[in-house]
Ligand binder design. Structure first.
Ligand code: V07
Length: 267
């Protein structure tokens, strides 16, 4: 999709409606996005769905449902910009502690999302992936996700990677166990284990490290998300609740990413 920008041209991106009206990507007042420095991998902690609902006197599940619409919106925005990998933190290993009814609702969202969106994801050449432990996930959740993964595995466009039942410390302990087993089998010399070996043993082994981490809703923590992989990433935080996170907010994060990259380049 990045080819739409043309040869390294600086462009301002408006929201989808404005693009439709104007028949293309537009210059605009709030800055510009350089087509040649789009983060390859963006990871997002989609926080504030419950708070968004509470602020409106709605049940928390209404916030989760609204958050799902933002997933679609930001997937399209990322694809439009030419982002190659988008990792979304949909459910953490800690989220099982939430009330049972809320967990049950959350576990139905992958199926609902995919029943609405899978055809369009396929049309747009998107690859759906899941990063997390499949045990404990209900059958209907896994069936829906595995179907989407299978039907999109030969696509070559944006990788849409859902972190689901994911926890970073658990992932690293599992990587250590895997390497230790290989060492015990004599496949691997413990003294020769490299950072790349460790990276490859993580659930994200098939992905490059994120260039940019976004967290919504004002919390300034990593909450056990990709601790190893985010070692060199740029972080961008916003107070905006995830259901309200718009294309414009996403572009703002990308512009800030590019501004930082330019500053470091100048030193
Ligand atoms: C979930 C909506 C987004 C805000 C964060 C929490 C609630 C999309 C998915 C999903 C997951 C896998 C997949 C397709 C879609 C999802 C959960 C929660 C558990 F293959 N949104 N969303 N999964 N929320």
């Amino acid at each position: 999709m990045a080819k739409r920008f043309g040869g390294g041209l600086l462009r301002w991106l408006q929201d989808g409606k404005d693009q439709e009206r104007a028949g293309g990507l537009q210059d605009g007042p709030n800055g510009e996005i350089a087509a040649d420095n789009i983060p390859q991998h963006v990871a997002i902690i989609m926080d504030g769905n419950g708070r968004w609902a509470k602020a409106r006197g709605l049940p928390r599940i209404a916030g989760h449902h609204s958050g799902m619409k933002a997933v679609k919106r930001i997937t399209k925005a990322a694809d439009r910009l030419g982002v190659r990998y988008l990792t979304l933190y949909a459910f953490s290993t800690e989220n099982w502690k939430r009330p049972k009814a809320e967990v049950e609702f959350l576990m139905k969202l992958p199926q609902e999302f995919l029943s609405i969106e899978l055809d369009e994801l396929i049309e747009n050449n998107v690859q759906v992936k899941m990063m997390g432990v499949q045990d404990l996930l209900p059958d209907y959740t896994l069936t829906a996700i595995n179907e989407a993964v299978r039907k999109t595995e030969n696509n070559t466009g944006l990788v849409l990677n859902f972190a689901l039942n994911y926890g970073s410390r658990m992932e690293m302990v599992e990587a250590a166990r895997q390497l230790a087993r290989r060492a015990a089998n004599g496949e691997l010399d413990p003294g020769s284990i490299t950072e790349d070996d460790f990276s490859a043993s993580l659930l994200s082994g098939h992905l490059p490290d994120p260039d940019l981490l976004i967290r919504t809703s004002g919390e300034l923590r990593l909450s056990n998300f990709m601790l190893w992989q985010l070692a060199y990433s740029e972080f961008w935080f916003t107070d905006v609740y995830w259901p309200e996170f718009s294309d414009q907010h996403f572009y703002e994060a990308i512009r800030e990413y590019q501004r930082r990259a330019r500053r470091y380049g100048g030193l």
